[in-house]
Design a protein around this ligand. Structure first.
Ligand code: HEM
Length: 472
């Protein structure tokens, strides 16, 4: 009925997507406050199907596309048709001018390919030792036994790795505390709802963001200058940028290097630390209705077998052997994707066809969005979608592959797929293989809910874990 009406309104082509009524929006408010945006989108998806539009007073129209059948164009279309930069302008004051979403397509493509080169598997291999060094050093400070907030621990250890592997040894060893505070200030004051719509509004939050960004820039510029003048090459992403050139042979400026490094810190810090904490919470969860502890046992067993083969040593190849741990992380990410809503801007209109055959025309000018949380739990792709079950990715099931190209999207897909996926798995595996090998662990606080108010939501509150060093 709704479809017929909307087709009549849009006679020349396929129907427009159903529009969420004002009444439905108001009715969603309690869910928004108590359960967060993904829960609202899940409710609307149930009611209206995989394509629907939310109209904000007719001024801004956001069309949601949910599920692999309707997201191919969203993920794969060229920038001239579906644009990410138009949607992510709010990152410009965070990353800085002259990089990523502040430059033309050709420059951006080159910058993205420089980021990709810096963390491609060949270069990643050499980061394993640095990661292991940071992880061993950090957890050596734990006592024989105790209780800690896993979330805090993961944020800290990932930040140490980020400093060492991206920003370099000098910053890690001499300025860690200051840089950690600046990164926190930058993201806290730059990543909130007001900034999403009005990133340049002269408010105290934005002044603090800009001050932190300026100081971080100074620190990185200085690091680039001293790296260039010393001529000593280090093993980090900073070095990759210092050595790289554009097609015309021009080297990157200090401010371009700073911008790209900040964008990579931004892309990898909260996402990886949240993923690491969720992996722990899921694995250590106790409960009559869950069989998660079987997975904990399987992950520990895998570490034992690997140690029998290779001893304590870890390298890139050995990390690739941790298939069970990989699936445990992958499943935690399916249930708790750090980037819950991905956005684009429709520069041209296009058509989508839903699973049940309905065609919709998506008009030029709409903001486009997809929700990873809802997509990752579609019941026709994932069996018992709310259950933590890493074996769904194993041989004979491979539910994400069976579901098609766009059915597992914590790392996005297509044109803007995450460049740091391998890097992220690597650091999370280094952390969790160390913890599983060396400690008996137990979750002693209730299983956490999600942080509802954050753009990159992590587990809400503290995630308390007891630990006891294993006797060797
Ligand atoms: C578990 C950890 C991570 C998750 C879940 C994650 C997720 C994502 C997602 C969803 C996107 C695409 C956003 C979109 O389509 O709009 C993305 C893009 C990106 N990520 Fe990650 N990420 C993670 C870690 C990292 C790390 C560690 C790095 C780098 C060190 C990184 C670098 C990037 C870059 C450079 C892009 C931009 C790609 C482009 O626009 O072409 N990510 N990430």
């Amino acid at each position: 009925m709704i479809l017929q009406k909307r087709r009549a309104l849009h006679k020349k082509g396929p129907a427009l997507p159903p529009v969420v009524s004002g009444v439905s929006l108001i009715a969603s408010l309690p869910t928004l406050v108590s359960k967060g945006l993904p829960a609202v989108i899940q409710g609307l998806h149930k009611k209206l199907g995989s394509v629907f539009t939310i109209s904000f007073l007719g001024l801004k129209k956001v069309t949601f596309l949910i599920g692999p059948e309707v997201t191919a164009h969203f993920f794969q279309a060229p920038e001239s048709e579906v644009s990410a930069p138009d949607a992510y302008r709010f990152t410009v004051p965070i990353f800085g001018r002259g990089v990523v979403y502040d430059v033309d397509l050709i420059t951006r493509s080159k910058q993205i390919s420089l980021c990709s080169d810096a963390i491609k598997p060949m270069n990643l291999r050499s980061h394993v030792d640095s990661m292991v060094h940071e992880v061993e050093g950090y957890f050596a400070q734990w006592g024989q036994q105790g209780v800690c907030d896993l979330k805090h621990e993961m944020e800290h250890v990932i930040l140490l790795i980020t400093n060492r592997c991206l920003l370099g040894k000098h910053i890690r060893e001499n300025m860690f505390e200051e840089v950690a505070t600046l990164i926190d200030e930058l993201f806290k004051n730059g990543l909130h709802l007001i900034a999403l719509f009005f990133p340049y509004l002269p408010i105290p939050l934005h002044r603090r963001r800009d001050k932190a960004r300026a100081r971080l820039g100074e620190i990185i510029h200085e690091a680039v200058r001293s790296r260039r003048s010393s001529g000593i090459a280090e093993n980090d992403v900073l070095q990759g940028f210092v050595d790289s050139t554009y097609i015309n042979g021009r080297t990157m400026s200090e401010s371009e290097i700073a911008g790209l490094l900040v964008s990579m810190v931004f892309a990898g810090q909260h996402t990886s630390s949240n993923a690491s904490t969720w992996t722990g919470a899921c694995l250590l969860r106790q409960g009559a209705s869950s069989n998660t502890n079987d997975y904990l046992a399987a992950a520990i067993d895998e570490q034992k077998r690997i140690m029998e083969r290779h001893g304590d040593h870890l390298d890139y190849g050995i990390l690739q052997e941790m298939v069970t741990l990989h699936c445990c992380i992958k499943e935690a990410l399916r249930l708790h994707p750090p980037a819950t809503v991905l956005i684009r801007h429709a520069r041209k209109g296009f058509t989508v066809q839903t699973r049940d055959g309905n065609m919709y025309g998506i008009p030029k000018g709409h903001t486009l969005a997809t929700c990873t949380t809802v997509s990752n739990k579609l019941p026709y792709i994932y069996k018992h979608p709310d259950v933590y079950d890493p074996s769904r990715f194993g041989p004979g099931r491979e539910e994400d592959k069976v579901g098609g190209k766009f059915s597992y999207i914590p790392f996005s897909a297509g044109r803007h797929v995450c460049l740091g996926e391998n890097y992220a798995y690597m650091q999370i595996k280094v952390i969790w293989s160390h913890l599983l090998r060396n400690f008996e662990l137990e979750l002693v606080s209730p299983f956490p809910g999600e942080e509802l108010e954050k753009l990159i939501p992590g587990p809400r509150g503290q995630v308390m874990v007891s630990y006891k060093r294993r006797v060797v």
